[in-house]
Design a protein around this ligand. Structure first.
Ligand code: AGP
Length: 592
């Protein structure tokens, strides 16, 4: 969803550092990249494509000056072209702006500015910002006041970093609805959309809130509200280390993150006593409502099965983007649980604000200090560490670990904690099956359609397997509740269509087995996931991925999803796709 960076350094040039920082934000967008530094004049290099491609052509580190701003773009308004790449400038090339967000009223502002004589060179909504600032500076305002006045004119969401040749030793950042953090180290100051961008340089971070402005110069950092009043903010010390955001020898971040899952779950389970303490203060909720998007929505689906079976409590699951249309029945007896790895997904934040008005809210989030964690009544942190691959993997299993802890604590079922702590070891064993999965991937890499089926606790796993496949292989994948196939999708099953069937031992097993027979009878090739001791399944499946027989249906979602992630990953690589940066997607979706 676009990433922005700014830095003011002490004794070194800014461009190489900006490039390095913005590379850490490439998960937010990779349609184009650009850098601006300013001394006597504004110098900008920008181009269409991924950072490495553009850098090879334009030598992005080759700009003078100790301060500057940079951007990676996920296109919203205007094609992913060089002209639409940020930074954008005013008519006289004296002001440069990078932006993450959407300016909703840009058309009317652009018409107005054009009528006043401003010349535009891109199709973006962003370009109105440097022109507005230019207009107000020409009227005699300084940069800070001109930015304040400009933001009063614009509707929408923005995290901005602005520099001007007329006030050369300064970067000004502003935030409304899009994330912006400030990093402070010895005499050097940073602005960024997310913490991994600055981790190599500092772990001392300030999270800006909506309608706050930060002014960076070589003497330090000043934060003000939009009326210009200085405000004091806490500095958070982040416990992520820079090498957590490196590939550490893996070909892709996604593969590294899949292999980090046992550790991520283990770390997340260490939150048990804090969650117990939080739950002790809960009133007697009569209803649970999960809200999330994408993979986090699938984690919520598991939550529904879990809460209904352990607590016998009415539990609903809603897509965050649909929540405003279905939230009418919220009340004080409902706990609304919002799940988001980033803590900045616009749909989820909107749902959180709606829920906050009527119910108690709890956010399950991976990134410290993000908007969801500040606006929800209660927070549970997943301890997955930074996730860079666009496809969520270790954050998904960590979300599940948090949901299991929460349900177990709310149900007072401490006996189940002993089962939960065994999960990281089962995951390790599952990861050992990677060679078998690579072999399956190489045989199915050219398939056009895939189906994933499961019942009960395995239905969300089927959905998540299909999402991972679509997202990073561009193969059409559908996840279905196995019993639903006969109500329509069965018509799509024909010779050699692969059907991945998730069948852990338990209540849903026999019925899913019958559904598996139905697809086999219509020519499907079955890839089955089940207990290694499930002889019928072993003989019925064309490919069989076996798990420890002790893994019960209840806990199976955390472990059975792992081969599906690996399958999608290896098919993606077989097809020559970069799984870390799938087309059209971004890690953090800050628009509705
Ligand atoms: C997962 O692989 C996706 N990239 C996407 O569906 C993601 O889960 C969704 O956008 C929600 O993000 P969040 O967890 O940061 O809110």
């Amino acid at each position: 969803m676009c990433g922005i960076v700014g830095c003011i350094l002490k004794d070194r040039e800014a461009a190489p550092i900006l490039l390095e920082c913005v590379k850490k934000l490439e998960y937010r967008g990779y349609d184009s990249v650009g850098i601006a530094t300013s001394a006597d004049e504004m110098i900008i290099k920008k181009g269409q494509g991924k950072i490495d491609e553009v850098h090879e052509k334009l030598h992005l580190t080759d700009l003078p000056g100790y301060m500057g701003i940079a951007h990676v773009r996920w296109a919203t308004h205007g094609l992913p072209t060089k002209e639409n790449a940020h930074p954008h400038t005013d008519c006289r090339n004296r002001i440069a702006v990078v932006h993450n967000g959407i300016i909703e009223n840009f058309r009317e502002l652009r018409d107005q500015l054009e009528a006043e004589g401003h010349k535009f060179t891109s199709d973006t909504d962003t370009e109105i910002i440097p022109h507005l600032i230019e207009k107000y500076m020409e009227e005699g305002l300084n940069l800070e006041k001109a930015i304040q006045k400009s933001t009063q004119q614009i509707r929408g969401s923005y995290a901005l970093a602005v520099i001007s040749v007329d006030e050369p030793d300064k970067i000004i950042g502003v935030r409304k609805e899009s994330p912006l953090i400030v990093g402070k180290s010895e005499g050097e100051y940073f602005l960024a959309s997310d913490v991994p961008a600055v981790l190599k340089h500092t772990n001392h971070v300030i999270y800006l809130d909506n309608n706050e402005m930060v002014i960076l110069n070589k003497d330090g950092v000043t934060i003000k509200n939009m009326e210009g009043k200085v405000i004091q903010k806490e500095v958070d010390v982040i416990d992520w280390t820079p090498d957590m955001a490196e590939k550490r020898g893996y070909q892709h971040f996604m593969l590294k993150e899949i292999h980090e899952q046992p550790e991520a779950v283990k770390n997340t389970l260490m939150e048990a006593s804090d969650i117990k303490e939080m739950v002790r203060k809960f009133p007697n909720f009569k209803r649970i409502c999960f809200v999330a998007c994408g993979t986090s929505y699938h984690a919520s689906m598991v939550g529904k099965y879990l809460f209904e079976s352990l607590l016998d409590i009415n539990t609903q699951v809603e897509l965050a983007s649909e929540f405003e249309y279905v939230s009418g029945s919220l009340d004080q007896d409902t706990l609304v649980i919002l799940i988001s790895q980033s803590g900045e997904t616009a749909d989820t934040l909107k749902a959180l604000r709606i829920a906050n008005e009527k119910s108690e809210t709890l956010a399950i989030v991976n990134v410290l200090g993000t908007t969801a964690t500040r606006e929800a009544d209660h927070v549970i942190y997943t301890r997955a560490g930074p996730e860079i691959g666009v496809a969520a993997t270790k954050t998904y299993v960590s979300q599940l670990a948090s949901i299991y802890l929460l349900a177990i604590c709310m149900a007072g079922r401490n006996d189940l904690l002993n089962e939960l702590v065994k999960i990281p070891d089962y995951m390790k064993k599952t990861l050992e099956k990677e060679d078998q999965i690579m072999d399956i991937a190489s045989r199915y890499k050219d398939t056009r359609d895939f189906f994933f089926i499961g019942r009960g606790f395995s239905y969300p796993t089927a959905m998540e397997g299909a999402l991972k496949l679509k997202e990073i292989t561009y193969i059409h994948g559908e996840g279905y509740a196995a019993g639903e196939l006969k109500h329509g999708p069965l018509a799509l099953i024909e010779d050699d269509v692969p059907v991945v069937a998730v069948l852990p031992p338990g209540k849903s097993h026999d019925k899913t087995l019958s559904n598996l027979e139905e697809v086999k009878a219509r020519g499907a090739r079955v890839i089955a996931l089940g207990s290694s001791q499930d002889e019928i399944l072993v003989s019925e499946a064309n490919d069989f991925i076996g798990f420890d027989d002790e893994i019960s249906e209840l806990f199976s979602p955390i472990i059975y999803v792992v081969p599906l992630q690996l399958l999608a990953y290896h098919i993606s690589v077989e097809r020559g796709i970069d799984p870390d940066k799938p087309k059209n997607l971004a890690k953090c979706v800050t628009v509705e």
